[in-house]
Design a protein around this ligand. Structure first.
Ligand code: UDP
Ligand code: MG
Length: 315
């Protein structure tokens, strides 16, 4: 199979038929063998019914329905695991991404040796204040922290060589950083292509103001992961141990001072420095425990899916 088109969606019933017909038109014109994977990320509208209808008339349409909303990253992850094509395309379901870009993306992977080609919405049709300006800042920060030189990290339209999607694990809210994950997995041939971008035709964006907070947290995570390797929690644990040792050393010094050098006054109530040492020990212990907790979480969550699938179609 040439292509798997992975489409994560949440409440996009109005767009799905139009999007399906548009994609199928492009696939037939080019003679590609393909599958369209709709991942319904817990929609509460008629999206799943629409996907069922499309799957009934076109066996190349496959559906995965999540038990509830797990987020775009998890939907992409589920699509990546199910995809069978040589090249995997991801795109949004809201008709903002143009299926006519697919053949060129496919060619860049097949003939130019790219592992990943990311779309670049050079001309956007979104709100300037809420999207364009924040996204410029965000992309700049993402470039600085990750070392991946993309102009547009957040574009839903991307193409991947099969190995890439089978290797990487898209955890948490990391969909904006899939190129960074790919790069750290050793897929360094990452390209970017300017793509056409349309205004949202139906409904409205599924990401509100929380996107800034999530984006910021993701950014810190990326920075940590690229700086401290796969186990950023080691840093907190180590800081905690260091702080404890300093506090302990200081307390020990005060104790020895009281016992042998200046035996006047009481150890605790007459030596305020003792409280500083004690505080350092307590904070050190807490930091160490936080790091330890992080380690446990990282280890126990490994290789576990972060979503539950309710049902599938044509799989
Ligand atoms: N989406 C999803 N799960 C979510 C939120 C969004 O699968 O929890 C899908 C959404 O239906 C769309 C794509 O992710 O297909 C991009 O979302 P949206 O268009 O709202 O983002 P924007 O274009 O505003 O960045
Ligand atoms: Mg959109």
């Amino acid at each position: 199979m040439n292509l798997s088109i992975v489409i994560p969606l949440l409440n996009e019933e109005e767009s799905l038929k139009e999007l399906h017909d548009w994609i199928v038109g492009v696939m037939q014109a080019k003679g590609y063998t393909y599958e369209i994977l709709f991942i319904d990320d817990g929609s509460s509208d008629g999206s799943w019914d629409m996907i069922s209808e499309l799957a009934a008339e076109n066996t190349s349409v496959k559906g995965i329905r999540f038990q509830r909303n797990f987020g775009k990253s998890q939907a992409l992850h589920a699509g990546f695991k199910a995809a069978q094509g040589d090249v995997i395309i991801t795109m949004d379901a809201d008709l903002q991404d143009n299926p006519e870009e697919i053949p060129e993306l496919y060619r860049m992977i097949k003939d130019e040796g790219y592992d990943l080609v990311s779309g670049w919405k050079k001309k956007r049709f979104d709100s300037v204040i809420f999207k364009n300006i924040p996204s410029k800042l965000f992309n700049w920060a993402a470039r600085q922290t990750s070392g991946v030189r993309l102009n547009d990290f957040n574009c839903g339209l991307k193409a991947y060589r099969k190995n890439v999607v089978k290797t990487i694990e898209v955890s948490g809210e990391m969909h904006r950083y899939i190129p960074v994950l790919a790069k750290s997995a050793g897929f360094s041939n990452i390209g970017e292509k300017v793509v056409r971008h349309q205004a949202r035709k139906y409904g409205k964006t599924k990401f509100g103001m929380e996107r800034f907070i999530n984006g910021f947290l993701d950014l810190i995570t990326i920075w940590f992961v690229s700086k401290f390797g796969k186990q950023p929690m080691h840093l907190f644990g180590a800081l905690g141990v260091l702080m404890f040792i300093i506090g302990f050393g200081f307390a020990l010094y005060l104790g020895i001072d009281k016992l042998f050098i200046h035996p006047t006054g009481r150890l605790i109530t007459d030596r305020p420095q003792f409280f500083i040492a004690l505080t350092a020990m307590i904070i050190g212990t807490q930091l160490f425990l936080a790091g330890f907790l992080g380690e446990i979480l990282i280890r126990s969550k490994k290789d576990k899916a972060h979503y539950t699938i309710e049902k599938t179609l044509n799989d």
